[in-house]
Design a protein around this ligand. Sequence first.
Ligand SMILES: C[S@@+](CC[C@H](N)C(=O)[O-])C[C@H]1O[C@@H](n2cnc3c(N)ncnc32)[C@H](O)[C@@H]1O
Length: 170
Amino acid sequence: MSVGAIAPSSRYLAAAMADGAEAFDAIVEVGGGTGAITQALANRNPEARLVVFELSEQLADGLHARFPHAQVVAGAFHENVSVLHDLPQKTVVVSGLPFRSLPAGIVRPTVEALTDVLRVDQARRLVQFSYRLRAPFAAPAGFVWRRVCTVWRNAPPANVWELQGNPVSA
Ligand SMILES: C[S@@+](CC[C@H](N)C(=O)[O-])C[C@H]1O[C@@H](n2cnc3c(N)ncnc32)[C@H](O)[C@@H]1O
């Protein structure tokens, strides 16, 4: 199984990702892995509804055991997005998906599914990390990337990005 990472995210990267998910009523995490970021999200936002998608059934089982209050969905995000039909307006999506190493045939439907969630409300955003200076994927029409910070205490160092609807094109 390719997870696109050398090691789970450090607690410093997890904390930086959780910074972008404060004050939302629901958090959707895509690519929960072993739960490094999930833990920071759950600690920081105990009241928020938490939905975690994880492709690997084995890792999803681990997440389910570790975070019993979360809704853990095993399988590809874009194939299971229908479980998100009743999200509150104030929803943030947090992703550890390795977009630059995923097959194009997966990237396209995944980005479409993500932007469908974001388009519901201008305040929604995607918080995403990448190991490169380039944006994780090309911003879809009507959206802009903002690079929030670089987390050096991660192997390898990672950039935290936010994708949001472009107010100019709203
Ligand atoms: C780079 S790892 C990040 C894991 C964890 N969030 C962290 O930061 O340590 C990416 C994770 O995304 C999962 N994944 C890959 N493609 C996916 C997809 N289409 N839908 C849901 N999860 C996916 C992988 O199985 C892997 O656990």
